[in-house]
Design a protein around this ligand. Structure first.
Ligand SMILES: NC(=O)C1=CN([C@@H]2O[C@H](COP(=O)(O)OP(=O)(O)OC[C@H]3O[C@@H](n4cnc5c(N)ncnc54)[C@H](O)[C@@H]3O)[C@@H](O)[C@H]2O)C=CC1
Ligand SMILES: O=C(CO)COP(=O)(O)O
Length: 304
């Protein structure tokens, strides 16, 4: 039996707590509204899982730094976002704050509502520390949750993060009823765009063809369970971003990720045509129809 402490009691943190409990592990679920102190939640813990949204990562890191976490504790991050201040990923933030702890990224096509219903799913535990990735694989694997491992945490994390931008675009595509051809073209062109960004940031291209890249892209872009998809769908219906986010009452990381991604793309001259239209749409510069037209009228070029 392993003792886990899950930080963040939102949709994903709760689902991950259930998965671990069903595997007979001891789980402490802590959130900033908990009545007990973080120090007591992490006493004797083997694994800390950070399941807070991007806007809570810095504060959660600070809180954990103020505890006396045992140096052997594995830190798992499941946040799919980018830090607006530094453009860093959550695992990079955790690794900087806890340089001696093994950091594992857990990411894949894992819509929390389906996991809650105990439908079968697969995911990836990725770390530079293979032994830590294997421990997380063993902790979480079950007949309903199949966990693979790899040694590209950055690529694994960026797949789950960047696909949210395209999930917004996919929601627009479906909301405007553009058809199956358009949707297939969008998802296919999304993948090289994710790879272009990922490789420039130091990730391996192959990782994006796996569960955490293509897998999560397909799941999120094809499901109305996805909050990011619902953002795009709502924009296509003429709703304001503010209204959509108010109705969601939950985290849609793609909005912040798009803004940070465009900053990064501008700084490093990375070509991100689809993301750029999502950015212009989210920032009220164009309508959904104009975004589609802008993509169709780009200069003609070879496919690869
Ligand atoms: N829901 C899903 O299907 C999946 C979500 N994720 C990722 O997991 C992360 C959390 O998502 P959800 O649980 O779905 O979101 P949620 O909106 O249900 O919960 C967000 C969590 O973050 C915490 N939080 C927010 N701001 C905070 C702050 N300033 N300080 C401390 N804690 C703060 C909240 O208390 C809550 O526990 C996101 O990055 C999301 O992309 C990853 C895989 C699946
Ligand atoms: O990352 C997810 C599924 O893998 C959840 O997607 P949303 O955040 O768009 O709901």
């Amino acid at each position: 039996m392993t003792i886990l402490t899950i930080l963040g009691g939102g949709a994903w943190g709760s689902a991950l707590a259930n998965l671990a409990t069903k595997n007979a592990h001891q789980v402490n679920l802590w959130s900033r509204r908990s009545s007990f102190e973080l120090q007591s939640a992490i006493a004797d813990t083997d694994v800390v899982v950070s399941a807070v949204s991007m806007k809570g990562v810095a504060a959660t890191v600070d809180r954990l730094l103020s505890t006396n976490l045992s140096p052997n504790t594995i830190i798992v991050t499941v946040t799919k976002g980018l830090d607006p201040a530094t453009t860093r990923t959550p695992s990079q933030i955790w690794q900087t704050a806890f340089p001696r702890h093994p950091i594992v990224v857990l990411s894949g096509p894992n819509l929390s509502e389906e996991i809650r219903q105990e439908l079968p799913a697969a995911t990836v535990a990725a770390s530079y520390n293979l032994s830590a990735a294997k421990q997380v694989q063993n902790i979480y694997s079950s007949e309903i949750f199949r966990v693979y491992i790899n040694q590209d945490p950055l690529g694994t994390e960026l797949g789950g993060t960047l696909k949210n931008v395209f999930a917004i675009a996919a929601g627009v595509c479906d909301g405007l009823q553009l058809g199956t051809n358009a949707k297939s073209a969008l998802l296919t062109r999304a993948l090289p765009e994710m790879i272009r960004v990922g490789v420039r940031l130091g990730a391996h291209a192959e990782t994006f063809y796996g569960l955490s890249g293509l897998g999560d892209l397909l799941a999120t872009c094809n499901s109305s369970l996805s909050r990011n998809y619902r953002v795009g769908f709502g924009l296509a219906q003429g709703k304001s971003l503010e209204q959509i986010l108010h109705e969601l009452q939950s985290t849609a990381e793609g909005v912040n990720t798009t803004n940070v991604l465009i900053d990064l793309a501008n700084q490093r001259a990375i070509e991100v045509p689809v993301s750029r239209q999502v950015y212009r749409l989210l920032n009220g510069e164009i309508t959904p129809e104009q975004a589609v037209l802008a993509l169709m009228e780009r200069d003609l070029k070879p496919e690869i």
